[in-house]
Design a protein. Structure first.
Ligand code: ADP
Ligand code: ADP
Length: 225
């Protein structure tokens, strides 16, 4: 089965139809980009897929587990990075990761080793023990990425992971996502930047007014665009 799937996903806000029957799947080891302009419904769709927003209708499955029926089990299989992910200002990235690692139920020994690994791989050594309030935007986003990767989830859902970052910070995040794909993770991320989607994705789904309007492998899709 796919690692992640959405079937006829719908979200209404009053009379606004934010997501209008979205069908999507991501296989293990695959990176799929949800590409569309502001207001297309990307954030709403990803929040429903991550199990933090209840769909008006439709079905989400993570690793075959139905999000509506077994939400805790489904959510344990995924890591989510949202545009409004906040670090606790007075905690350092290391303390933040310890806090969330305990929520995920990692043992203290495993957690310490995993945090050391993330600090090394995401090159966070120079700021891992500083209060988050003192960090740059690029440093904060690395810490947020570390939080999404922390429990080594099979599925990663990343909402505009490079948004509002300088070019070097953005490239660092993109490379870290490529390394997760090499580990066999299924990755769904949103962007409004075509070149980023082109560079990173195996497939792109173009979203417009809450629907996937075209979907395919990158060369074929670019030839049609
Ligand atoms: P994107 O992430 O592609 O920019 P969004 O999912 O944020 O798109 O928004 C899709 C549509 O839903 C927009 O018209 C937006 O104004 C509307 N919308 C999003 N969140 C809410 C909300 N909480 N209440 C009302 N309307 C919303
Ligand atoms: P490749 O490394 O596969 O040869 P290129 O470096 O030629 O690819 O870039 C292909 C496209 O992806 C270009 O539009 C480029 O701007 C974009 N791109 C390249 N590297 C990155 C990156 N790290 N992050 C975002 N976009 C990138």
């Amino acid at each position: 089965p796919p690692a992640l799937s959405a079937e006829r996903l719908v979200k209404h806000y009053g009379s606004t139809i934010a997501v209008a029957g979205l069908d999507l799947f991501v296989r293990p080891g695959e990176v799929v980009g949800l590409l569309g302009p502001n207001g297309a419904g990307k954030t709403t769709a990803l929040r429903m897929l991550a199990g933090i927003l209840r769909p008006t209708s439709g079905r989400v499955r993570i690793g075959g587990v139905d999000m509506a029926e077994r939400p805790l089990e489904a959510k344990a299989l995924l890591g989510f990075l949202s545009g409004d992910t906040q670090l606790y200002q007075r905690l350092s990235p290391r303390e933040t990761l310890q806090y969330f690692g305990r929520l995920h139920g990692l043992s203290e020994a495993r957690l310490t080793a995993r945090i050391d690994e993330l600090v090394r791989d995401l090159e966070m050594a120079s700021f891992a023990d500083r209060p988050s309030a003192t960090l740059s935007a690029g440093q904060k986003q690395r810490a947020n990425i570390a939080r999404a990767f922390l429990h080594e989830p099979q599925v990663l859902i990343l909402d505009e992971p490079t948004n509002a970052l300088d070019v070097l910070s953005g490239r660092f995040i993109v490379e870290s996502i490529r390394k997760e794909r090499a580990k066999g993770r299924a990755i769904l991320f949103s962007t409004h930047i075509m070149s980023e989607a082109e560079y990173l994705c195996d497939r792109i789904a173009l979203i417009h007014e809450g629907r996937v309007v075209d979907e395919g492998e990158v060369p074929a899709l670019c030839a049609r665009a």
